[in-house]
Design a protein around this ligand. Structure first.
Ligand code: ADP
Ligand code: MG
Length: 257
């Protein structure tokens, strides 16, 4: 749901190589506040790498990446660009939630403890405050009654919903989802997509890497098709899915439908 025209993410000519393999070959895109951008493309096209660059799990080789007018990993001072300190990068990263294909919950902690951990350790919230908020976040993802369950006692869909609650606990202004339903049994996909749809309805700014074209069509404000490290085409989901202009997009959509 687009609620404002402020830009949350802006990528300008983002390049990234691993050794001699150029994985991102100049990505330009922007995401407005409240926008849900779905990022689709074949395996190996650079989607995960791009998300990882946004929250600086990877550094970029060239170009600029802004989140809310802040250069990720750098600051502009005296007309020059300086690398940020680790603690300044950590502060930037806190504003960005990420949910991965694998749930990555702490196995020795309950759902509630998983959600509370970062607010207490990183944000220095009191245990009482963090507990109350974690309970409300678990309720928001439909897991109020599973607060004391360990990850091994939860289904994949439930674990992924805990992972979403855990990311939200840091009060992010941007949520990145990297194929959040790809590792799930088909019957568990819907419950995770429903939680994401709720977030979108609440105005969260989201970039969602997904092969769920139904979700992209219904929830996405924009759809970006990437292949070979470039943005091949972008537009509204209806336009890109309904009348793809490029052969590569047509070929890909023919396979995922
Ligand atoms: P996607 O998410 O679209 O499937 P990725 O961003 O995971 O694509 O990967 C893009 C390319 O970058 C692939 O060829 C992958 O092998 C390569 N790659 C990704 N991460 C690394 C890494 N840490 N080291 C070397 N190559 C990598
Ligand atoms: Mg990927």
């Amino acid at each position: 749901m687009k609620t404002s025209t402020a830009t949350v993410v802006r990528a300008e000519g983002v390049h990234k190589s691993f050794g001699r393999t150029e994985v991102l070959k100049g990505i330009d895109l922007s995401v407005a506040a409240g926008e849900v951008m779905c990022l689709v493309g074949p395996s190996g096209s650079g989607k995960s790498t791009f998300l990882r660059c946004i929250n600086r799990l990877e550094t970029i080789d060239a170009g600029r990446l802004y989140v809310r007018d802040e250069l990720i990993g750098y600051e502009e001072r005296d007309g020059r660009v300086h690398e940020l300190t680790d603690s300044a990068v950590a502060r930037q990263r806190r504003g960005i939630g990420m949910v991965f294909q694998r749930f990555n919950l702490f196995p020795h902690m309950t759902a509630l403890q998983n959600v509370m951990e970062a607010p207490v350790q990183v944000r220095k919230e009191s245990r009482a405050e963090a507990t109350e908020r974690a309970r409300s976040l678990l309720a928001r993802v439909g897991l109020a009654d599973r607060a004391h369950s360990y990850p091994s006692q939860l289904s994949g869909g439930q674990q992924q919903r805990v992972a979403i609650a855990r990311a939200l606990a840091m009060r992010p202004e941007l949520m990145l989802f990297d194929e959040p339903t790809s590792a799930l049994d088909p019957e568990l996909v819907g419950e995770v997509l429903d939680v994401m749809r709720g977030l979108a309805d609440d105005g969260m700014t989201m970039i969602v890497v997904t092969h769920e074209m139904g979700f992209a069509r219904e929830v996405g404000d924009s759809l970006v098709f990437m292949d070979g490290g470039v943005v091949v085409e972008s537009g509204t989901p209806t336009d890109v899915l309904g009348s793809p202009r490029h052969g590569r997009t047509q070929a890909f959509l023919g396979k995922v439908r």
